[in-house]
Design a protein around this ligand. Structure first.
Ligand code: DGL
Length: 256
């Protein structure tokens, strides 16, 4: 199945672009439609009902655009993957399972930290998959990181202080692997490494890209370039200002 229909990708904001980067790197000839649901960001401190509602709303928009698959480039939204999959035969991909499985492959100490939004930690899906595979889990709810990243303050002293408070207790725990269980968090990894530099950081982008490739049987084609459309449910100027680090060529950002 390798047609020219686009692949839909969404997140509450900028974090999912870290997944889109990997998808485009691996499948440059594919077309992508990315939605940042900034009008409703953050997801991680909302109720289950509110998050599910947003997943269905954005998912339906992408389905109406004729996508051949939807990658939920957000861990918090991925908790509601099944609600979206229930209304369509189009494959819906969650970031949680492939990322958890990658961490299980990598850990030697069998002690893995999961940093994620409050909603993702409360749900316990990561903990369940890891524990079923004999891994001891150190869950860290860190919705405060999302605010730092969405306000583009990753370089600030406040960012380092917040990251230090959350990560320092892990230092003595024997954790050798840390999951970015929120697609925003890779953007703070340079600060995290100042506190914990001897762990392997696992992000969602590559494991999810491999899974998508398997599901759609994508062939890797470097001879042509697809298009990338980006939409926000917030203000486009605001979004543009936040994603200076995203250097992959794309069409002008539009408001949904
Ligand atoms: N990027 C999202 C995730 O992976 C969450 C950010 C938010 O709280 O909206 O969970």
């Amino acid at each position: 199945m390798n047609n020219k229909k686009p692949i839909g990708v969404f997140d509450s904001g900028v974090g999912g672009l870290t997944v889109l980067e990997k998808l485009v790197e691996m499948y440059p000839s594919e077309n992508f439609i990315y939605v940042a649901d900034q009008g409703y960001c953050p997801y991680g401190t909302k109720t289950k009902e509110e998050i599910e509602q947003r997943v269905l709303t954005i998912g339906k928009y992408l389905l109406n655009r004729g996508v051949k698959a939807i990658v939920i480039a957000c861990n918090t939204a991925s908790l509601f993957k099944q609600s979206l999959q229930n209304i369509t035969d189009t494959p819906v991909i969650s970031v949680i399972e492939p990322t958890a499985l990658r961490a299980i492959e990598l850990t030697k100490s069998k002690k893995v930290a999961v940093l994620a939004t409050n909603a993702t930690i409360q749900n316990g899906k990561y903990q369940k998959i890891l524990e079923e595979n004999g891994v001891e889990v150190y869950p860290v709810p860190a919705s405060s990181f999302v605010e730092i990243i969405e306000s583009n303050e990753m370089d600030s002293n406040y960012a380092l202080k917040t990251v230090t408070e959350k990560l320092l207790p892990l230092k003595s725990a024997g954790v050798d692997t840390l999951i970015h269980g929120c697609t925003h968090f890779g953007l703070l990894e340079f600060q995290m490494k100042k506190v914990l530099d001897d762990v392997t950081y696992v992000e969602c982008g590559y494991p999810t890209s491999f899974l998508l490739g398997n599901v759609l049987q994508l062939t890797i084609d470097y001879t042509s370039k697809g298009y990338i459309e980006i939409y926000t449910t917030g203000k486009k100027e605001d979004f543009e200002a936040k994603i200076k680090w995203f250097t992959i060529p794309h069409q002008p950002i539009q408001e949904l």
